[in-house]
Design a protein around this ligand. Structure first.
Ligand code: NDP
Ligand SMILES: O=C(O)C1=N[C@H](C(=O)O)C[C@H](O)C1
Length: 235
């Protein structure tokens, strides 16, 4: 039997945390040794030891933390991973410049992967956006994203990453955000010229696509040399 990575789920009571815990419980290639959320409550899956975010010092040994929380919760989990020599896979969006710099600093000691979006579809979309931008100089580039009403940051991390991809192709993207109902996550990139336009769209209908990508990455990142990794390095 192959040994699976020991994971710490950070942001466990949230929408993504619950998807991660359920997929592991359903037989994913992972062992969850702890679930952290701000308050220890009812929503974490049975059988997984729970920890409040002010009890991080007490969590058991782990190979990788999988973090889907909020920007204000990010610094302690990065510090814990650096202290324990564990890998960090994070999908938390809305991080500040200082937090991005802290990731780079920690990567001298631990392997770190941060990605705005863990779905395969968005990875492909990003390449299409860069190619379209390069092929359509002078066209307007607009990114419209829609998410559930509970999402705090705007524009979404994915929209900003797609904007960077457009920038690599020479376009300067503009952004618009919608927050409504229970939309999982939609991104439309429009390139508009004179008399014609192109629209590229990704619609996520289930959070499991992000959770599966993050769990796969955590398994592949555990035990690697320190450094900053990209999703494509681990596919
Ligand atoms: N990269 C990707 O592919 C994806 C990224 N995301 C990102 O993941 C993050 C989480 O999304 P989602 O699950 O919907 O969010 P939720 O609001 O549903 O969950 C947030 C989690 O973080 C915890 N938390 C909040 N504040 C703190 C704090 N100050 N200290 C410690 N823990 C805290 C919450 O605990 P409590 O319940 O106790 O408050 C909860 O467990 C967001 O940044 C989102 O943009 C989401 C989907 C995909
Ligand atoms: O908060 C969400 O839900 C999501 N956040 C990520 C983002 O900000 O891009 C990824 C996905 O769109 C869902």
């Amino acid at each position: 039997m192959t040994e699976t990575a020991k994971l710490l789920i950070h942001g466990a009571s949230g929408r993504m945390g619950q998807a991660l815990l359920r997929l592991c419980a359903e037989g994913g290639n992972c062992t969850v040794v702890g679930a952290v959320s701000r308050k220890v409550g009812q929503r974490v899956i049975d059988g997984v030891p729970q920890f409040a975010s002010n009890e991080l010092a007490g969590v058991p040994a782990f190979d990788a933390a999988v973090d889907f929380s909020l920007a204000e919760a990010f610094d302690p989990i990065l510090a814990l991973c650096a202290e324990r020599g564990a890998a960090l896979v994070s999908g938390t969006t809305g991080l500040s410049e200082a937090q991005r710099a802290a990731i780079a600093e920690a990567s001298a000691r631990i392997p770190v992967l941060w990605a705005a979006n863990f779905s395969l579809g968005v990875a492909v979309l990003s390449e299409l956006v860069e190619r379209a931008a390069a092929a359509l100089p002078g066209w307007d580039c607009d990114i419209v994203e829609a998410h559930h009403a509970g999402k705090k940051d705007a524009p979404s991390g994915t929209a900003l990453a797609l904007g960077e991809a457009a920038g690599q192709g020479g376009a300067l993207a503009r952004y618009a955000s919608l927050r409504a109902g229970d939309i999982v996550g939609e991104h439309l990139i429009q390139f508009a010229g004179i008399g014609e336009r192109i629209e590229l769209v990704h619609r996520a209908t289930n959070r499991d696509i992000f959770a599966r990508g993050a769990l796969h990455a955590a398994g592949r990142l555990s035990g690697r040399a320190p450094g900053v990794y990209r999703l494509r390095d681990l596919l």
